[in-house]
Design a protein around this ligand. Structure first.
Ligand code: PEP
Ligand code: MN
Length: 276
């Protein structure tokens, strides 16, 4: 692999989003609901995560659901809500794009384009996000090897977009105790092989709220550059992934612990700009 290999940038790549540096000394927390549902849900959750210390808001407008009968996301309407909440709170946004035809539109609202686990090897989509300039958060395919993951990132870099953030989100498991097995081995292995920032999604990696804090802390201790965490102001009412969404109070407690762990590994948590 030519472009993603650590040798091409031994100091490591820093991806910059609105003055937030991902891949540097500071750890960046991205949090928010699985899916954009309503203005009230999004704006309330955005305030909670921002005040709690998240620097980037997550929220899907296009949702890749296993069943075609499940809530598929609000689509364009969801993007507009993200745009409004961004204006209100000043927090940058990461949101998933599933279809190459939607890349331009999603990029108008989302500061970071997310390519989901199920699309990690959608090569047309990888080329399309590689042809535009917004940073890309690339999630590991749930059945992909780390080599396949890195080749997917190579597709994006080879089209001219160097701003790729890798996200470990759990791999298929034989054990029904959790939704996936969060592969924390991926952090040191990826750090050795590539210069790209590596973050972890403990929400999909576990599938259950009660495991999310422990895995978040473990990921930071293991050297992750950031976390992507699902938080909902009212998880019981979530239209998607409510069981793994942290309650606001869980998120606040977790952030306090993460600060201590970051400190123990010689790093700190990026503090969002609260005066907006
Ligand atoms: C998500 O983060 O919204 C998501 C659908 O995750 P994944 O692609 O990892 O399943
Ligand atoms: Mn989700």
């Amino acid at each position: 692999m030519k472009l993603v290999s650590r040798d091409t940038n031994p100091d490591g790549t820093v991806v910059e989003v609105k003055n937030i540096r991902i891949g540097g000394r500071e750890i960046v927390i991205m949090a928010g609901p699985c899916a954009v549902e309503t203005m009230e849900q999004l704006s309330k959750t955005a305030s909670i995560v921002k005040e709690g210390g998240a620097s980037i808001l997550r929220g899907g407008a296009f949702k890749p659901r296993t069943s075609p009968y499940s809530f598929q996301g609000l689509g364009d309407e969801g993007l507009k809500l993200l745009g409004e909440v961004k204006l209100m709170t000043g927090i940058p946004v990461v949101s998933e794009v599933m279809d190459p035809r939607d890349v331009e539109n999603v990029a108008r609202y989302a500061d970071i384009l997310q390519v989901g686990s199920r699309n990690m090897q959608n090569f047309s989509l990888l080329k399309e996000v590689g042809d535009q300039r917004n940073p890309v958060l690339l999630k590991r395919g749930m059945m992909a090897t780390l080599e396949e993951f890195l080749f997917a990132a190579e597709y994006i870099l080879s089209r001219g977009n160097p701003a790729v953030i890798l996200c470990e989100r759990g791999i298929r498991t034989f054990d029904p105790s959790s939704r996936f097995t969060l592969d924390l081995n991926a952090i040191p292995i990826l750090k050795e092989r590539t210069h790209l920032p590596v973050i972890v999604d403990p929400s999909h990696g576990t599938g259950e709220r009660r495991m999310v804090s422990a895995m978040s802390k473990a990921a930071i201790a293991a050297g992750a550059d950031g976390l992507l965490i699902e938080v909902h102001y009212h998880p019981e009412h979530a239209l998607c992934d409510g069981a793994q969404a942290l309650y606001p109070e869980d998120f606040i407690l977790l952030m306090a612990d993460l600060k201590k762990i970051a400190d123990a590994v010689g790093r700190s948590i990026h503090v969002p700009n609260l005066d907006h």
